[in-house]
Design a protein around this ligand. Structure first.
Ligand SMILES: [Zn+2]
Length: 100
């Protein structure tokens, strides 16, 4: 499926522990702008979510860059999650845990 209609992510141990889903830079265009709240449906429970960024030097202080993430608790390491746009409600997203 085209990458602009769905975002897939396998949850790492750090994401599970810290409670977030990493958003790859190449997928930023899929989501509303950084810092802008949007509705995310998680199994029928709708909550506010947003893409956030943090400054990172994981490749060394000479290669500073940003990482992007959405806070999301209760995800297990190795879980595969899908985020899709709700076709009926513009601006609303649906998060599904599709197993491992
Ligand atoms: Zn980094």
């Amino acid at each position: 499926m085209a990458k602009d209609s769905i975002y897939r992510r396998r949850i790492s141990s750090e994401e599970a522990r810290e409670g977030y889903i990493m958003v790859l830079k190449s997928a930023l265009g899929f989501f509303p702008a950084i810092g802008v709240d949007f509705a995310m449906d998680e199994g029928g429970a709708v909550r506010k979510a947003r893409v956030e960024s943090y400054h990172c030097e994981c490749r060394g202080s000479e290669l500073p860059h940003e990482h992007y993430f959405i806070k999301a608790g209760g995800l297990k390491q190795g879980a595969l999650v899908k985020i899709e746009k709700d076709p009926r409600t513009p601006g609303k997203f649906v998060l599904r845990n599709v197993g491992s």
